[in-house]
Design a protein around this ligand. Structure first.
Ligand code: TYD
Ligand code: MG
Length: 452
């Protein structure tokens, strides 16, 4: 017997409630509850005809090598943890117009060239519009098939009939099931659709890419539940004004998270940026005060960045402090440390800190570079431009060790830097071939004494 029921869902975390609430008890967000009508199958208790399975000992499970194949994009393979795993569900989130559809169409293109059967299902664009985009990207092989459909039952039927190896759903928010009365994109619709694709993925060994929209706050729209259901969550992000895009993994059942892939949007779609450090440092001014090169880690990958600071006298009572690409509170904290430990009169100054290139970095290893950029601008003296800096700064002004110092030094050396300033405590554990001069510093006072 089917029974109609009204329930309320939190749009943020998927919390379910029988009555409306102002604040969600699950995630503490305000005004996130929406009403949805669901049909519940009653009497499911009686439908237990199958025998319950027996638990298995861990040692008795045979290892089958997880089947991976390359997407044709080494950057994407890297983010996925070494290639596409068949039977997995990958959610690709990102702002509108960032290039999700373009990326996935390009992946389809390279997969279909390898004679892998790919089905691209779009609920947002017509076949003509997809063709138009495909023309910019290049030639396609016949093993890519397209479908414009939003009905879940139809999509399910087509996938079961065609049995592609890879399927793309663009986007999950447009798919709707007739069995549920609420509108497409709502929590229960998205949950139902993802559940159906999950069954297809695990049952038939089909790999799914799901495109998900992102809200203003930068999380996949509506259902956070979606993130719990899929195997891998990738975010496609980037500055609207810059041409490069970063693909970031925030959840990965088959690999490590926090890996990034860097792409550049051009006339013919997206291309990979093999050398992100070079890309980030392009256009770095020579002999300019307030410019310092830092080394940050993105997963296992070191990236060199330019940290810029501008410190000038404030003409108002309350000085302005802004930070673009990094945490403003962190910058405020570092300035307080400088004020106290170095007796700099920063309270009378406006300070603007910027990570050039538009990347967003919140790693504490950037502290030393930020501090030196601020002092360099304050004193109007340049820091050696062939030197890279990294190290975390504590509240008493000490420079603390950071992880993966060796990889950071290697990256600096690879890009032709001749010096590296790092925490003194890390110095012992590092051996270099002498191609780069290493200078260990214990605290900010020492760093300023030796460098500025
Ligand atoms: P799109 O892939 O449609 O974004 P999403 O699916 O994430 O909403 O993004 C396309 C954007 O990229 C659009 O603004 C145009 C631009 N673009 C290029 O600059 N070059 C190209 O070759 C293509 C295909 C798109
Ligand atoms: Mg799109």
């Amino acid at each position: 017997m089917a029974k109609q029921k009204t329930v309320f869902f939190c749009q943020e975390c998927g919390f379910e409630s029988s009555k409306w609430m102002g604040q969600c008890p699950g995630c503490r967000q305000w005004n996130t509850f929406v009403e949805e009508k669901t049909t519940r199958q009653t009497g499911s208790q009686g439908a237990r005809s199958k025998e319950a399975p027996k638990p298995v000992a861990l040692s008795a499970i045979e290892m089958t090598c997880e089947e991976r194949f390359t997407s044709g994009f080494p950057e994407l393979d890297h983010v996925l943890g070494g290639g596409i795993v068949s039977g997995s569900l990958v959610l690709v989130g990102g702002d509108p117009g960032i290039g999700k559809s373009t990326l996935l169409l390009q992946v389809c293109q390279s997969l279909s060239r390898e004679r892998i059967d790919v089905l691209y299902i779009s609920g947002e664009e017509s076949l003509q519009q997809i063709k138009l985009r495909a023309k910019r990207i290049g030639a396609f092989s016949d093993s890519l098939t397209l479908l414009c459909e939003t009905n879940l039952e139809t999509i399910d039927e087509v996938i079961r009939r065609e049995k592609p190896q890879v399927a793309v759903i663009d986007s999950i928010q447009t798919v709707y099931s007739e069995a549920i009365t609420s509108s497409p994109g709502s929590v229960s619709q998205v949950r139902e659709a993802t559940g159906a694709f999950m069954q297809l993925a695990k049952g038939l060994g089909i790999m799914f890419f799901l495109v998900g929209h992102v809200t203003k706050e930068g999380v996949v729209a509506g259902p956070r539940v979606l993130e719990h259901m899929v195997d891998t969550v990738l975010y496609f992000e980037g500055d609207r004004h810059a041409s490069y895009r970063i693909l970031r993994s925030v959840k990965n059942r088959f690999g490590s998270t926090n890996e990034i892939g860097v792409f550049e949007m051009g006339e013919q779609g997206l291309s990979e940026v093999e050398n992100p450090s070079e890309f980030m440092l392009s256009g770095k001014p020579k002999e300019a005060s307030g410019c310092v090169t830092a080394c940050s880690m993105e997963g296992t990958r070191p990236i060199l960045l330019e940290v810029q600071a501008l410190v000038c006298r404030s003409s108002f009572g309350i000085p302005r402090r802004t930070a673009a690409g990094t945490d403003t509170n962190r910058v405020n904290l570092l300035m307080a440390v400088l004020e106290k430990r170095l007796h700099l009169r920063l309270g009378e100054c406006d300070a603007y800190v910027n990570i050039a290139g538009g990347m967003k970095v919140n790693e504490p290893a950037l502290d030393l570079a930020i501090v030196l950029a601020i002092i360099s601008s304050y004193k109007d003296r340049c820091v050696d431009e062939k030197t890279v800096f990294f190290g975390e700064i504590g509240l008493s002004g000490e420079v603390r060790a950071v992880s993966m110092a060796k990889q950071r030094i290697q990256e600096a050396q690879r890009l032709g830097f001749t010096g590296c300033v790092l925490p003194d405590v890390s110095l012992d554990s590092i051996k270099t071939d002498g191609g780069i001069h290493l200078l260990g510093v214990r605290n900010v006072q020492e760093a300023v004494q030796k460098l500025l």
